[in-house]
Design a protein around this ligand. Structure first.
Ligand code: B12
Length: 245
């Protein structure tokens, strides 16, 4: 069904690594288990396309069929866990004050956060994966699951890092601290319309790169979010009494 990555970790251990406001127990009291669902490579897009009758429409700020599909599958999984007597809360990655999905993905063993570009890299899919939903579960239907980071998977160490040079906005000049604002400004100025050259340059998982229509859709959608981010960011510096609407 496209959700081809499933990972589980004990909630208390994950929470111990997170600051206030980002913890599972703040969303579900006495949460025991976190299940993370992810989509690697093209499978989710293919599943969604089949569902949409063979073609996904153009990106709009309120139209993201992969998000809708991910939520539907998460709700199905939640229903099955509830049938086992567990209380379950479904968490999306883009909540107001979100849980840190990249760190969660590392703890469940999906891959390693690149010390160069900050993206989570998977041993098979490389950078071509997205983290779709998390299920917070009261109960331990899968037993106890300590964190299982892939400690021996360090793909950027011996790599000539073509990803850094590939970025036209020099977002990754400083390894490990991407300049998101440089990326956002470049994109709002009309750059990188069809996808991200940095991800394309990563030698890992190249055969799992999203198909051009998927890449373009995801990138167009993330531009809406980037706009909103910059818009919201600017509002923060304007005293409330001067804001309109
Ligand atoms: C908000 C957000 C954004 C905002 C960030 C601006 C802001 N300040 O709000 C914007 C819209 C700019 C954005 C852009 C992108 N994002 Co984003 N983003 C998120 C989201 C929903 C929340 C991040 C957050 O607040 N975390 C909580 C705080 C405590 O942790 P933090 O590490 O300090 O958060 C910062 C970083 O996460 C950073 N950030 C956000 N996205 C990305 C992506 C990368 C690769 C890096 C290095 C950093 C980064 O911005 C956060 C706030 O400053 C996460 C999902 C999640 N819940 O984790 C996805 C997420 C991190 N983003 C993701 C992706 C793919 C992207 C883009 C590549 C999308 C695209 N095609 O353009 C770009 C990357 C830009 C770049 N040049 O590196 C993926 C990463 C997947 C992976 N394999 O690692 C995630 C996990 C979403 C997902 N569902 O898979 N993103």
């Amino acid at each position: 069904m496209g959700m081809n990555l499933v990972g589980v970790v004990d909630a208390a251990t994950f929470d111990a690594s997170q600051p206030c406001g980002r913890r599972a127990a703040e969303r579900l009291q006495d949460c025991d288990t976190i299940v993370l669902l992810g989509a690697g490579g093209r499978a989710a897009w293919e599943a969604v396309k089949a569902r949409e009758g063979g073609r996904v429409g153009d990106a709009r700020h309120d139209y993201h069929p992969i998000d809708a599909w991910s939520l539907a599958l998460a709700e199905q999984a939640a229903a099955r866990l509830r049938a086992l007597g567990c209380e379950v809360v479904v968490v999306l990655p883009d909540e107001q004050r979100p849980m840190n999905f990249r760190q969660l993905a590392e703890q469940v063993g999906f891959g390693t956060i690149s010390p160069v570009i900050g993206h989570l890299l998977h041993p098979v899919f490389g950078p071509w994966l997205s983290l779709r939903t998390a299920l917070l579960v009261r109960g331990r239907p899968f037993g106890s699951r300590p964190p299982a980071p892939l400690l021996d998977f360090e793909p950027c160490g011996g790599c000539p890092q073509p990803c850094r040079a590939a970025c036209p906005s020099e977002t990754y000049r400083q390894p490990g601290t991407p300049d998101l604002l440089a990326c956002a400004r470049h994109r709002l100025g009309g750059g990188c319309v069809t996808g991200c050259d940095t991800l394309r340059a990563c030698p890992l998982g190249a055969q799992h790169r999203y198909a051009p229509d998927e890449e373009a859709f995801r990138h167009a959608y993330s531009l809406f979010r980037t706009r909103r981010w910059l818009g919201d960011g600017m509002w923060r510096f304007v005293p409330k009494r001067f804001r309109q609407g």
